[in-house]
Design a protein around this ligand. Structure first.
Ligand SMILES: C[S@@+](CC[C@H](N)C(=O)[O-])C[C@H]1O[C@@H](n2cnc3c(N)ncnc32)[C@H](O)[C@@H]1O
Length: 401
């Protein structure tokens, strides 16, 4: 069901709360870490909306600005620089009104796809964070994501993208002339300003540009041959889209947002970064937001079996086995954080980072894993016991047998 744009800001919906929480709760530790690099932070909300909802709840711009102010208030770093930017095609005036009093911010009226390159042109050596939250998929040209990672010489670049993967599959079917009846599956899946493409060669090219390749066409063709369901098509597309992003970003995670269990995700929040710490922060963030999403799906009722962010039953024995498979690759001493991130790249954010650390500790006790800490001793001459992998405390692990 397609809805008019204006309705979106009348009342903040629960799925928007989850989405914005994913942003807000990530931004705080992100800012705290990134300020230590002493390189300027450039934050861009590329589809910013009005700043606030008409029911008084904050939109993504206010959430980000409040978080930044909090971090600035707490940081001990001197000479920090954070430049917040907000782009919106329709609501620049609302943004000016709702964000007044937040000091030096930039509000740009226009299309993200027309404005972003110019905005980022002189931001070499900056830490750039882009929040990309469009209604549909049309503005998501993959070439831009590739260029951000390869052409601008940023100090770091992170993307948090709201990808309407179901919308992509629906348009893929339309463009390739494949029919499917969506009425029962997508009954509750209200979409705002959904993208509608015609059936012609140009639309095929548009979808190739969005997907960053033509791999999506095989998925639609399999769906047409009834080899896969529309659920599987959505899931396969998301997987391959994340694979595509991994060609340009080392760590890519995605969280499906489903309003009801068993439903196709309303959209997927995709996080892409080249920084291992960013990946691990986002894993914990997804696990924490899942607690909230779960309550929405189950109307606050307790589940019989614990589930993960993908509605799969949590099985600690299975997680341990998956972790062992990853650790066994560490034949030489290997830094802890990249190994943890590898686990989540292979398996998704199926549990919190601390749970994998607990598995390592247990394997250390069982003499399967050797742990090397630097510094090896505390100031008081006792053996170090930390389990961190940071600037001042390095942990490495090696599989013993
Ligand atoms: C999903 S809403 C963003 C909501 C916002 N993130 C929040 O939490 O309040 C999408 C916004 O994108 C804007 N928009 C639509 N097309 C755009 C484009 N090509 N470039 C930039 N903004 C666009 C719309 O006006 C709308 O405000």
């Amino acid at each position: 069901m397609a809805k008019k744009n204006d309705d979106f800001f009348k009342q903040k919906k629960p799925w928007s709360e989850v989405k914005d929480e994913l942003l807000g709760c990530y931004l705080k530790p992100y800012m705290q870490k990134i300020l230590y690099t002493k390189h300027p932070v450039v934050y861009v909300d590329c589809f910013a909306g009005k700043g606030a909802f008409e029911d008084g709840k904050p939109g993504s711009p206010l959430i980000a600005l409040n978080t930044m102010q909090e971090c600035i208030g707490q940081t001990k770093i001197d000479g920090w620089s954070i430049q917040p930017n907000f782009i919106d095609l329709n609501y620049a005036n609302d943004l000016h009104k709702n964000l007044a009093g937040y000091g030096d911010i930039t509000i740009i009226s226009g299309r993200y796809e027309d404005k972003i390159e110019n905005l980022l042109l002189n931001k070499a050596n900056c830490n750039v964070f882009l929040y990309i939250d469009p209604y549909g998929i049309k503005a998501l040209n993959y070439r831009l994501f590739q260029d951000f990672a390869t052409k601008y010489s940023f100090y770091s670049i992170e993307l948090l993208i709201n990808m309407n993967s179901f919308g992509f599959i629906r348009e893929g079917c339309r463009v390739l002339g494949v029919s499917f009846d969506s009425s029962d599956i997508f009954e509750d899946l209200i979409e705002y300003e959904s993208t509608k493409l015609d059936t012609n060669e140009k639309s095929v090219e548009t979808l190739n540009e969005i997907a960053g390749g033509d791999y999506w066409q095989d998925i639609i063709k399999s769906k047409n041959r009834n080899e896969i369901s529309v659920y599987e098509a959505e899931s396969l597309f998301s997987e391959q889209y994340c694979e595509r992003l991994r060609e340009n970003y080392s760590y890519v995670l995605n969280m499906p947002l489903k309003i009801k269990k068993g439903q196709v995700p309303k959209y997927r929040m995709i996080h892409a970064t080249n920084h291992v710490d960013g990946c691990l922060l986002m894993v914990n963030n997804i696990c924490n937001r899942w607690q909230f999403m779960k309550d929405i799906q189950n109307n606050g009722q307790q589940l019989l079996f614990e589930e993960n962010y993908n509605n799969e039953t949590v099985d600690m024995a299975d997680i341990t086995q998956k972790a062992i498979t990853v650790f066994q690759q560490a034949k030489e001493f290997t830094r802890l954080n990249p190994i943890l991130a590898d686990f989540f790249m292979q398996n998704g954010p199926i549990c919190k980072v601390s749970e994998i650390k607990d598995i390592i500790k247990d394997l250390e006790k069982k003499d399967k894993i050797e742990v090397r800490r630097t510094p090896a001793y505390t100031d008081k001459g006792k053996p170090s016991k930390f389990f961190a992998d940071e600037k001042k405390q390095k942990t490495e692990i090696r599989w013993k047998r």
